[in-house]
Design a protein around this ligand. Structure first.
Ligand code: ZN
Length: 78
């Protein structure tokens, strides 16, 4: 199986280790943002892409979820 985002080797699930780590951070950060800013998950993903401080790996994951509508890659990280 290869990463659905970059095509690199995926050890388990749909993501390579870099994108899996970014997806995990994304989920953890959302729990913080949700309480602080009261935003929806979709708004959060858009903020991640726009925010220049966000790592490129996290932006890849956010973009992938918006474009594909497939958020199952995040559930794998919970
Ligand atoms: Zn990847």
């Amino acid at each position: 199986m290869s990463c659905v985002i970059c095509g690199f080797y995926a050890n388990s699930g749909k993501l390579c280790f870099k994108h899996a780590a970014a997806a995990k951070n994304l989920v953890e950060n959302y729990n913080v943002w949700k309480n602080a800013f009261n935003i929806s998950f979709e708004e959060y993903l858009h903020s991640i892409i726009k925010n220049r401080d966000t790592g490129v790996w996290a932006a890849d994951v956010a973009r992938y979820i918006i474009e594909s509508g497939d958020d199952s890659i995040l559930q794998e990280q919970l």
